[in-house]
Design a binder for this molecule. Structure first.
Ligand SMILES: [Zn+2]
Length: 155
């Protein structure tokens, strides 16, 4: 019998920002504190740009453009470092499309993606995926995460 692995959405996880004040800077500050990151000016500014618009998929280059337009003086290297720091503490999820293109997702719940070829657009796949027949895992390993990317193109 093939193993059926279901990817159900994780239950609503408390994100430690129960005291929403309506002030995005304050929310980012407490988000950073909750995960043990010092709320530096750059982390606050980038966090605010990242999280103010709800769930989104963003590359370091796009965030760097947004920061530049918002007159936040950061280098692309700093943007990369900050995105990786946010990922390490679980504020973001990182996934690669096309090998070299890395996206950061503000939705850290278990979910999968459509990638629209040509548009370079990433969309969440709603609901869960049922996958039959997962490969056998080599001795001494366990599956840490499964990222499914379904590539779309216009007909
Ligand atoms: Zn997503």
């Amino acid at each position: 019998m093939p193993a059926t692995i279901r990817f159900d959405h994780a239950p609503e996880a408390p994100r430690g920002d129960t005291q929403r004040t309506g002030c995005p800077f304050h929310d980012v500050r407490s988000m950073l504190r909750d995960v043990g990151l010092r709320p530096t000016r750059q982390r606050l500014a980038l966090g605010w740009l990242l999280f103010q618009k709800g769930d989104r998929h963003i590359t370091a280059e796009i965030l760097h453009d947004e920061a530049t337009r918002a007159r936040v003086p950061v280098s692309l290297a700093t943007v990369y470092n900050t995105l990786h720091q946010f990922t390490e503490v679980g504020l973001l999820r990182e996934f690669a499309v096309d090998g070299s293109k890395t996206y950061f997702d503000t939705n850290v719940d278990e979910h999968h993606h459509y990638f629209v070829e040509g548009d370079n657009q990433v969309l969440d796949i709603p609901g869960d995926l049922t996958m039959a027949a997962m490969p056998a895992v080599p001795e001494g390993y366990e599956i840490s995460r499964v990222d499914v990317i379904v590539r779309l193109r216009k007909k």
